[in-house]
Write a protein that binds this ligand. Structure first.
Ligand SMILES: [Zn+2]
Ligand SMILES: [Zn+2]
Length: 298
């Protein structure tokens, strides 16, 4: 056992993990939560709700703890592969060719995302929700820092599901790292609380996962939001949701019509409250329109 090499591997993965968690989250925080704090109706998914400082601090601490934990596990894996331990990773593209390398990376992403959808639904079963996943749902107005602010058991489970294929099918590490970075970026954006729209057709806008934090047992997808369409867990305006209305209790769920996120993801109740505030603030003015314009922008 080369302890120095193990330490080096872990130093690389932990510092990388902290960097990709803190730097983009701080940038989003500075650009929106600090600089544009006075105009939340123009960018915030939940413009009239702000996370209490206590929870903001807590999610940063919990997220950092989880990032350090999963990065240490990744460091051990890195050491294991570097020292010739068993995995199905191959480093020379010529061994399987470009077509296989690209296709296997795409399949790795799709199968992984499908598994994460079901793992997330599993976390929403009564027992697991109460003792494990509820920690992540403490943050009802999520920010980028919320992305990995979960119970460590959940974070490690999701990591195991994501990385299991590297022991089962031949995969190129470049493809694996690209998929992991992509999933991480999507997770930061989805939790940001900022009204980012759909960039790629299979991804929902940030409001899609933000609704998961507001309505609990809906919109489970991590990246490919079609899974919720397919398995009847897409949020519907016809149904009422709450922390106690678990998906397995809603038998009619799959038949309800689905909310259209393309029309503009601002929350209806938030919109009504904002409208009231706006009227109170600008009594003599009749021309102010930002709230109305939000309804049609995406
Ligand atoms: Zn959840
Ligand atoms: Zn979440």
């Amino acid at each position: 056992m080369d302890w120095l090499l193990l330490l080096k591997c872990m130093a690389i993965t932990v510092s990388g993990g902290i960097f990709i968690y803190w730097v983009p989250s701080l940038i989003l925080d500075a650009l929106y939560y600090k600089q544009r704090q006075h105009e939340p109706e123009l960018w915030k998914v939940q413009p009239d709700r702000w996370a209490p400082k206590r929870l903001v601090k807590e999610e940063r601490r919990l997220g950092t703890l989880n990032m350090v934990t999963v990065s240490m596990v990744s460091g051990v894996l890195y050491y294991h592969v570097k020292t010739g331990g068993f995995s199905m990773l191959y480093f020379d593209v010529a061994q399987y060719g470009w077509v296989y390398t690209i296709l296997s990376t795409v399949v790795f992403f799709i199968v992984g995302d499908f598994s994460l959808y079901w793992a997330h639904r599993w976390m929403h079963r009564k027992g697991l929700y109460k003792f494990v996943h509820r920690f992540h749902h403490r943050y009802r107005t999520p920010s980028a820092f919320t992305a990995i602010a979960s119970h460590p058991f959940e974070t490690l489970t999701f990591q195991a599901i994501t990385l299991a294929p590297i022991f089962l099918v031949p995969l190129h590490p470049g493809g694996v790292i690209a998929v992991l970075l992509y999933q991480h970026s999507v997770s930061l954006i989805d939790h940001s609380g900022i009204r980012f729209g759909m960039v790629l057709p299979w991804q929902g806008p940030a409001a899609f996962h933000d609704d998961h934090h507001t309505y609990f047992h809906v919109n489970f997808a991590q990246t490919i939001h079609w899974w919720d369409h397919l398995f009847g867990t897409w949020r519907s305006e016809e149904l009422s949701y709450g922390e106690e209305s678990f998906v397995e209790d809603q038998s009619e769920h799959s038949h309800a019509s689905r909310l259209s996120y393309a029309a503009g993801p601002i929350k209806a109740r938030s919109l009504a409250r904002l409208e009231k505030k706006r009227k109170r603030r600008s009594q003599p003015e009749s021309q102010s329109t930002p709230v109305v314009s939000l309804e049609t922008s995406s």
